[in-house]
Design a protein around this ligand. Sequence first.
Ligand SMILES: O=C(O)CCC(=O)C(=O)O
Ligand SMILES: [Fe+2]
Length: 335
Amino acid sequence: MDCDRPPVTVVDGYVPLIDLSSRDSARGRAAIADAIGGACEDSGFFIIVNHRVPADLVDRMYTATYGFFTLPDDKKDLVANRPGVSGFRRMGGTTARSIGRESPPDLCEAFSAHTTGELGDEERRRLGDQWATWTLANIWPEEPADFKPVWQEYMAVIGELSADLMRLFALALGLAEDFFEDKFDHHGSSVTVNYYPPQLEPPLPGQLRRGPHTDFGGLTVLYQEDERGGLQVLQGGTRWRDVPAIPGTFVVNIGDLMALWTGGRWVSTMHRVVNPARGDTSSRLTIPFFYMPNHDAPIEPMRPFRETRAIDRYDTVTAGQWMSRKIQKLFATDA
Ligand SMILES: O=C(O)CCC(=O)C(=O)O
Ligand SMILES: [Fe+2]
């Protein structure tokens, strides 16, 4: 790309499309960082194109994951999440509870694995003493046969992309590019896939595919199935905007910890996934990679932002405590 051309294309005025192709040159990085900074102050959401994640890897990840979710339930239950392991959940939780709202459970199945999930028991025990998903061992299905290697490859590649996005975030905030490196050098990120099954029955009142929430961590890189939208992001506290599903792109949004670190200058925006129109019985699969900082990273606003407005920290001190509190609410079986 010509670095003099702005790297942003406005798709809908709220969630811009940012072209990452010039990210090898200092000039290109500065222009991209500028576009990212604008988006993160406004909506906290943007879409990336020319991200260099091989299309073939995304295809293999989609195919293996879709293959798993469309197995019979008894096969999926072989790798059901249980104490000490991640894995399959028939119900993806009640996401609205993470923001203190009550609703029927989300119409969603989920499968999770963590970047720390392959460590030995002893090493995982050292990742904090609170209940935490990133201390869970991964559990893998035998079918489809390539599920585990494809997920591992995908997590490594999107982890690298996320680390570079954090370097661009640092530039956007006027910080040294490596500013966030020591906050993510033993990160416990996860892929928690959402499979939204065909809706053969009408949803209950107030029931969504995923209820309103903000993401908890540093940033999220989301693959959404082409042309089957549903993701909406809140604008101005009242207006839900559709996030376009554009083939070959990822949606990136920042999580609560970026908002906390920047003293609220960047926004972690509420989003949700709405149901398809009645009679539309298509399923939808999305693959979010949640880039979570080290569990022991502090969460007070970073030095340049200490004087900006205070935000609710739930009196938590570390990133791990914050994320653990949020995740527990989401999966609580009673409020
Ligand atoms: O499925 C989607 O489009 C988004 C899901 C989401 O917001 C999440 O998993 O945090
Ligand atoms: Fe989300």
